[in-house]
Design a protein around this ligand. Sequence first.
Ligand SMILES: [Ca+2]
Ligand SMILES: [Ca+2]
Ligand SMILES: [Ca+2]
Ligand SMILES: [Ca+2]
Length: 408
Amino acid sequence: MRMARVTQLLCLGVSAATLCSPVSGRAEQSTASPWSVSLSAGWLDVEGDEPVDDAGLAEVRIAHTCGERWAVEGTFALAPDMDEQFRHEWSTGERVSRLQEAAGPGVDDTWSARATLEALLFLKPHGRFDPFLAIGGGAMWYADGFSDDLQPVILGGAGCLYNLTDAWALRADVRGLFIGADTEANATFTLGLCWTPGESRAAPALAPVSAPVAAPVVAPVAAVAGKPAEVAKPAPTVPVDSDWDALSDEDEVNRYGTDPLKRDTDGGGVYDGHEVIEDATDPKARGDDLQVFELRIPFDEGDATIKSEYFSEIGVIGKLLKDHPDGTARIEGHVDPLAVPDAKAAKRLTERRAEAVRDALVNDWKIQSSRLTPVGYGATRPKGPSAPPKGNAENERLEIYLRGTVEK
Ligand SMILES: [Ca+2]
Ligand SMILES: [Ca+2]
Ligand SMILES: [Ca+2]
Ligand SMILES: [Ca+2]
């Protein structure tokens, strides 16, 4: 749970300490709300010499993203039915209710509420699995007056988000709680659901597809009758990119000296726009093109799960990176604009697919994650025109650009 939308997590849970942290959205560049809400439920494990026994727990959490890795989360927890705990009285051999000793005769169950504020540190902000550490404090209140009205709480622990979609994630939380002046030690275990309204995290900023096209020079309209001359607004210009290489024809001719009708002018394997925009190589010199692979992995519609029969194709990349320990890979996901019409959804889907390839390289080939850069381009880099009604299959692809994997 990658994070610009750090803050809205909603966890539904079953037990004590569940926390929905900003699943996918910590502070990356994004227009998403920084808020998240979580509902969780779980179990409150109580120290053995306390008046009450272990109990079920429900929690509501509201989180706010504070940066790439940090979020602040407020939690209200309720244990609605806490049974009494007993001790053995050695002198009489009887079981004695600790709760009735503390709260008075006839009180055989009670309930409690807790409010806390925690700081969350996300350890892997861009993964589908998004583990985090948590530490904070607050106060706890027991009904039936068997304890102080409000007891201070210090808590710490960890959790993990599993991003299902841009908006929803599962979460699991574990916390240790030190409550009250006698520092009784309790623990909570919860599962929940997180909801982050709005857009998901954004992919890393992309370079412009083509250089800005110079606006036509428009001569000012002559001044009339003493009025100042007005400047006509230029009509918006759509750059023409005849060869689908992400550089406009005009820029290819006037700025880069590349062939506006040839996608890969130097024939080295990498198209002109990628050399100019991403690679900083020379689109007119064949020898400096990066090593590039295009993977045609069929995904289910809207899904980013790689089917096992395609792991061997990723293995080709894994072996190259294994053989070249200094090599790095940029993993790009692309779809056709008709296949996923919503631009934000397309970007997120392609990012998830690129992350799936990265995860396979990390898990199956033990390639360090720091050597791999997954990027989602959505439908901004088609290889050719779309084809109604379902789109051009050529445009749905993963491209892997390798550096440092070819002996010079
Ligand atoms: Ca072009
Ligand atoms: Ca070209
Ligand atoms: Ca090239
Ligand atoms: Ca080149």
